[in-house]
Write a protein that binds this ligand. Sequence first.
Ligand SMILES: [Zn+2]
Length: 252
Amino acid sequence: MAGGAQAQKMFFAGHMAVAYFLDRAFLKKGASFSLPLIFAAAMLPDMDFMLSPLFPHHSITHSLTFWAAVYVPIFAVFGWRRTVPYAVATFSHFLIGDVITGNPPLLFGLSDARFGLVAPWVFKNYGLEYGALYQSLADAAMAAAFALFAFRTGSIRTVWSGAHNPWHVLALAAIVALVFFGAARAEVVAGLKQSPGTILYVSYAVVALAQLAFILPFIIGRRAGSGEEGEELEEEGRLPATASSSSKATLR
Ligand SMILES: [Zn+2]
């Protein structure tokens, strides 16, 4: 197997699960910001599928150097208090997600060193099929952790709340669509061409199932939510409390 052809990614569910847990940590600290934008920020590095001939997947956009250069001016303009959760989400993509499932060049531009933990070893010793299986299982484990946590805490109802800013949801949908088609073309089709086999099909099935962890909250949220979604987001501390709900709170 050619090293350059190995699939090197965690999929949506894994990145979104990591971002979700970071998001909960920030909420505890009393920061209020947009969950759809957190998810979008966590997916940004995989937009490199769109830069494909210029920069191959898992190069410049999977590095500390690149995103430091992007976020420092953003901090300067918008203030770090309002923007740091989004930066953390983006950095989690390659510092947590892809370090586990891939081999990102974190110091791109300064050093050619790559920083994968387990994936390079699996690919080297067991080949593309088992490498893909390992990646899909890591993705599924993160998705399962998210689903369990969200169910147990009840926060599953607010993941896709109708009270989120629609523009933020649209931005997330656009990024997910671009990454999805980019990944399908560059990785899924290429992988099938290179070594079609049962293990690879099983890996893809596991990945597909893992993504359900983020489709389920959509269905549950739709069924449970009936006009109280704004209040639920306020209770979480994600939206500033409106005058009516804060007066209600004092009455309680
Ligand atoms: Zn990635």
